[in-house]
Design a protein around this ligand. Structure first.
Ligand SMILES: [Fe+2]
Length: 336
């Protein structure tokens, strides 16, 4: 399901500008907020709703996380981006370290979002929750065999476990959370055990499909990939297991946004981010079956079926900042 590289969506003005037609007349006081988004999901409904409710237009373009960060850096003061939006605390932390955001304070966001999903310096805000959880084949695994992420490193799971590649930021953030909770030495043991046991796949959907077909017995994926598959195939033979419920809880990542350092319209950018956390929260998360970051908003029916769970409240900024350590640790563990 690869999207085209940097497909420009919705509005041609932005497309023209980013392709080098110059920036004159664009940005500033034109009641348009411009978003560079690496969220490879359907954002149009939320942005259109924002436009209807506020009269402020949203122009956005897609790219990969790294592409958009490079673009914003290269554009410098001339960037069109008022908002950088992406998935995973690892990416948000990298953008923050690169100085791409301007800090903001917002009582609306402080009230709407848990502290664990906010950068302590107000550079970015997590707008959804995504559980990276255990999934399994109920034909070959009984739920009573499952307990924690750590237990999947035990020899009994050799040849039965399917995991995602170490180059993926979701994997990196999960491992970063192990480092935060256990320290490097213990995390290395756990990840080495995973590496010994696991077949490695390139994306979460492949893992789920291989569980369904019986090639894998247990895996770790983001919950919404399962929700999306279930939408089309309600009989898919994959079940969710919420791990670590007696301890810290399920690893919870986020998708979030911040106002760029050289935003022409920082106030409109802030307004959009506040709206996405409140009035627009439902529309923002529902498009991709993510869990609301705002506790006042209910999850959609499909993911409500997965049941409630205790989520790890480790600050996203904390595991996001351990990204480089996680990559090194996986290399040392032989996790490909
Ligand atoms: Fe994803």
């Amino acid at each position: 399901m690869r999207r085209p590289r940097l497909a420009v969506s919705l509005v041609t003005a932005l497309a023209a500008a980013v392709s080098g037609c110059g920036f004159a007349g664009i940005g500033g006081d034109d009641n348009v907020v411009r978003v560079y988004s690496a969220r490879h999901y359907d954002l149009e409904p939320a942005f259109e709703k924002f436009h209807q409710q506020t009269g402020v237009e949203v122009e956005f373009l897609y790219g990969t996380d790294a592409e958009l960060r490079e673009r914003i850096k290269a554009e410098g003061e001339n960037t069109l981006a008022d908002v950088y939006m992406t998935v995973d605390a690892g990416n948000l932390a990298l953008a923050a370290e690169d100085g791409m955001f301007q800090p903001m304070t917002s009582r609306t966001l402080d009230r709407a979002l848990p502290e664990s999903l906010q950068d302590a310096d107000g550079r970015w805000y997590g707008l959804s929750k995504r559980a990276r959880t255990i999934v399994y084949d109920p034909e070959s695994v009984d739920a009573s065999e499952l307990s924690t992420y750590e237990a999947l490193a035990e020899p009994e799971w050799e040849g039965r476990l399917c995991l995602r590649r170490s180059t993926n930021v979701y994997t990196q953030s999960l491992v970063a959370s192990l480092i935060a909770h256990h320290g490097e030495d213990e995390a290395l043991q756990i990840v080495s055990g995973w590496a010994d046991n696991a077949e490695i796949y390139n994306n979460d959907v492949e893992i789920l499909e291989n569980i369904d077909s019986g090639n894998c017995e247990v895996g770790i994926t983001n919950h919404y990939y399962l929700a999306r598959l279930l939408e089309d195939q309600p009989d898919l033979g994959v079940e969710v297991f919420w791990p670590n419920q007696q301890g810290r809880g399920v690893h919870v990542n986020t998708s979030g946004a911040g106002v760029t350092k050289y935003a022409d319209d920082p106030e409109l950018a802030k307004q959009l981010i506040e709206w996405l956390a409140t009035d627009g929260q439902q529309a923002f998360v529902a498009a991709n079956h993510e869990y609301p970051a705002n506790p006042d908003v209910a999850p959609d029916d499909l993911i409500a079926q997965f049941g409630t769970f205790k989520g790890d409240d480790l600050a996203a900024a904390e595991f996001g900042a351990l990204n480089a350590e996680a990559i090194e640790l996986m290399a040392e563990a032989g996790y490909e």
